[in-house]
Design a protein around this ligand. Structure first.
Ligand code: NAD
Length: 245
């Protein structure tokens, strides 16, 4: 028997991670019922059901997606690992499994956390828009598979079949419990390794506060309707607009 999807029932794939957990907390605040699907469980929260499993395992996903109408996909191997086979398995085959499971479970909306690096060719981009082409020479395997992942998710947007998709592209994310970005910067500085400047010191990097990324993900989800122009599209997200919840 299939449980009828409820519009306030969602699943966060990668919900044990840095971004995923912030997203879960905001969804709970907003009255959603949340299931987390992740290979590890890193916390417990009232109102959250945890499903431990690998997103490449469609059967495991199907169990977690029963009755779910909205899926946020924010799982990925750590970019620093540079393990080609792992990125391919999780970001490409895994994303195919996620999309198949969503279709079979009757999920209506999928919101992907992509990355702004999908358009980065190694030279500075300022005020880059979404009509920039995908990088022809992605900077690493992580980015290469993030491009393939985003294409798969956006291509799966099908109003006839009743599955709507959208992608959000943050660059660096910072905020409480960030395990990588700021701790690594601080550690490198403490060890005296930040005395070098690449170029003339005017390089730009885009960082987004985690709550703003969460805000963008939820706005995308709530705006995703068959008549909406955002269906099947990707959006950059940055800190320009202060967030007001
Ligand atoms: P994170 O490592 O904190 O969280 C990722 C989660 O995915 C982890 O909990 C991990 O256990 C889970 N996961 C990994 N492989 C899995 C698998 N096979 N099956 C199930 N779960 C699996 O990373 P994060 O910073 O929260 O990143 C979330 C998303 O945002 C990722 O898609 C990442 O590509 C994207 N992103 C992050 C940043 C950033 O600066 N942190 C920037 C741009 C895009």
């Amino acid at each position: 028997t299939r449980i009828r999807p409820s519009s306030k029932r969602c699943a966060v794939i990668g919900g044990s991670g840095f971004l995923g957990r912030h997203l879960v907390e905001k969804l709970l605040d907003k009255g959603y019922t949340v299931s987390v699907f992740d290979i590890r469980q890193s916390y417990e929260l009232p109102g959250v059901t945890f499903h431990q499993g690998d997103l490449c395992d469609k059967q495991a996903l199907l169990k977690a997606l029963q009755g779910v109408s909205l899926v946020f996909h924010c799982a990925s191997p750590a970019p620093a690992s540079d393990d080609k086979a792992l990125f391919q398995r999780v970001n490409i085959q895994g994303t195919q499994a996620v999309l198949q499971a969503c279709t079979e479970a009757g999920v209506q909306k999928v919101v992907l956390t992509s990355s702004a690096s999908v358009v980065f060719e190694g030279t500075d981009i300022k005020d880059g828009r979404e009509d920039l082409p995908y990088a022809k020479k992605p900077i690493d395997y992580y980015t290469q598979t993030k491009i393939e992942q985003e294409k798969l998710v956006l291509k799966a947007c099908d109003k006839e079949k009743g599955l709507l998709t959208v992608a959000i592209r943050p660059h660096g994310i910072f905020g409480p419990r960030d395990p990588q970005l700021v701790p690594i910067l601080v550690d490198t500085a403490r060890r005296g390794k930040m005395k070098f400047i690449i170029g003339d010191g005017s390089n730009l990097v885009d960082f987004t506060f985690v709550d703003n990324v969460v805000h963008g993900l939820i706005l995308a989800a709530e705006s995703l309707r068959p008549e909406s122009p955002i269906c099947g599209k990707a959006y950059h997200i940055t800190n320009d607009e202060p967030v007001r919840f």
